[in-house]
Design a protein around this ligand. Structure first.
Ligand SMILES: NC(=O)c1ccc[n+]([C@@H]2O[C@H](COP(=O)([O-])OP(=O)(O)OC[C@H]3O[C@@H](n4cnc5c(N)ncnc54)[C@H](OP(=O)(O)O)[C@@H]3O)[C@@H](O)[C@H]2O)c1
Length: 273
């Protein structure tokens, strides 16, 4: 399926598969192992994890056991949002590399500009120092690309004004009814690929009557329409599922939405932010 193998090209020339497999809230152990194995069997080649998800080691085992060459798989992980100190960042990065059992990451992200316990608090100065550490990893080839997550325009402006490498990616919460206009526009203008996390609004979109109407019309499921919507905007979707049939369903998004259907989806605003 082309969505699984087609790529976006990052500003540094690195290719990234257009559909990633999300792994938040998949417990370490058999759940994360089996879900990742299923995703790889279906054909996903891009896995999105984070140190904070606690499942890097199971994902690494699933990748190793799949027999698929490491270089055919794009692995993203994230430095926990709470870590705003470079010496701690070095330690946690080392733990990530050991858990993922790899000598390089394909994409390493700062998970958020602020700790989850104080969303919106100002850590701009610390993020600049963390980013310089990320630039070191990038220069060394330990991370083939580097980026951020949950950064808004203000966060991006402050970071890019004080550092050399413009983030290759910004991973943000992006789905029908929550399309992050200003941040998305800023990223496009600066050649930063937008990755959309929670493309199904963590399940919140699935009962939406208007999306269902369009899905029925085009002969697809609500999840497929919701995921396809991101691709229509060149935003990289990261759907998560532990259900094998849904893992497969979410990858079958090689269809196009008409301008009329996209306009109808654009008009939906009640998706519960
Ligand atoms: N950077 C960040 O701060 C951040 C934050 C949140 C998420 N993320 C990333 O984005 C990924 C996806 O976001 P998300 O986990 O919030 O959720 P999501 O992909 O928007 O939705 C997942 C939920 O929808 C269900 N589901 C999936 N496919 C379905 C289908 N075809 N039909 C019906 N139900 C379906 C799943 O259930 P089952 O699993 O039971 O099938 C699960 O409950 C995460 O896993 C993570 O990798 C990043």
């Amino acid at each position: 399926m082309p969505a699984l193998t087609d790529t976006f090209v990052l500003s540094n020339g690195v290719h990234i598969q257009k559909l990633g497999f999300g792994t938040w809230q998949i417990p370490d152990g058999p759940d994360a192992y089996n879900a990742t194995r299923t995703a790889l069997d279906v054909g996903y080649r891009h896995i999105d994890t984070a140190r904070a998800y606690g499942n890097e080691a199971s994902i690494a085992r699933a990748i190793r056991d799949s027999g698929i060459p490491r270089d055919d798989i794009f692995i993203t992980t994230k430095l926990p949002a709470e870590i705003k100190d470079v010496s701690r960042a070095r330690e946690v990065h080392a733990q990530t590399m050991a858990a993922l059992d790899t000598d390089h990451l394909d994409l390493y992200l700062i998970h958020a500009p602020w700790p989850w316990t104080s969303i919106g608090s100002d850590h701009k100065a610390e993020n600049i120092e963390i980013w310089k550490f990320f630039e070191e990893l990038y220069d060394a080839g330990t991370a083939r690309s580097i980026g951020v997550s949950n950064f808004d325009v203000d966060d991006l402006e402050s970071l890019t004004a004080a550092t050399d490498v413009v983030p290759h990616v910004n991973q943000i919460r992006w789905f029908i009814g929550n399309t992050q206009g200003p941040t998305t526009a800023w990223c496009k203008e600066h050649e930063i690929l937008v990755e959309g996390y929670s493309p199904l609004a963590t399940g919140g979109l699935l009962d939406n009557a208007e999306i269902k109407r369009i899905a029925d019309k085009v002969g697809k499921t609500v999840a497929q329409v919701a995921i396809r919507y991101l691709l229509e905007y060149d935003v990289l979707p990261l759907p998560k599922s532990t259900t094998p049939s849904r893992i497969e369903e979410n990858a079958a998004v090689d269809f196009e939405l008409s301008a009329e259907d996209i306009a109808a989806l654009d008009a939906i605003t009640d998706t519960g932010r």
